[in-house]
Design a protein. Structure first.
Length: 189
């Protein structure tokens, strides 16, 4: 019998990878396995996450449509835990969460959460705005039907039938998605 897991999180980080043979995210979206997306939920911590402040500072500089800014150099490994702490995860073939919602993503959602203080979570909500001048909150996609997909839990079983080798990744995009209320429903065997 499937186990239903509800996740409530104020913030989620997406690390988007595209296959080596593609130059852009748009090209990769045409391949049903063209994108590998690593997802991390944030959990409120008592102390600030100093590395996350680098991201927050960049958000402050791009608050309005048309603003551009460079992000101060930082290592993604400063935000994401080391690999040995990421052995618990869920994986499934799914779609992008942004308009177009192309079915081209291999999702990996880690159980390990990332820390952010209450102040940092509030800062994200206050710094990310729509072009209308309103805060970008409640921007979650409704829970989708499984549509015959299988959700795997931390196993060595290939996600795609016949996949035997590693996926080579050419580029990484950091996508920070803020949600004041994000509810995700996963089915796990």
């Amino acid at each position: 019998m499937p186990l239903l897991i509800f996740v409530l999180s104020l913030l989620k980080l997406h690390v988007v990878h595209i296959k080596e043979k593609y130059q852009t995210l748009e090209e990769a979206e045409s391949d049903s396995a063209g994108i590998a997306l690593l997802a991390f939920f944030f959990e409120e911590s008592l102390e600030d996450n100093p590395h996350f402040d680098t991201v927050l500072e960049a958000l402050r500089r791009v608050r309005y449509i048309g603003n551009t800014s460079s992000v101060a150099a930082f290592k993604l490994s400063d935000i994401i835990p080391p690999a040995h702490e990421l052995s618990a995860y869920y994986r499934y073939s799914g779609s992008m969460t942004t308009p177009g919602c192309n079915e081209s993503v291999i999702w990996t959602i880690f159980q390990r959460t990332l820390p952010a203080s209450h102040r940092q979570l509030v800062d994200v909500a206050e710094e990310v705005w729509y072009w209308t001048g309103k805060p970008m909150t409640d921007i979650f996609r409704p829970t989708q039907q499984l549509n015959g997909r299988t959700v795997y839990k931390s196993s060595a079983i290939p996600v795609l039938p016949g996949s035997a080798g590693p996926v080579f990744l050419r580029s990484t995009l950091l996508r920070l998605c803020s949600f004041l209320v994000f509810v995700s429903l996963c089915c796990v065997q």
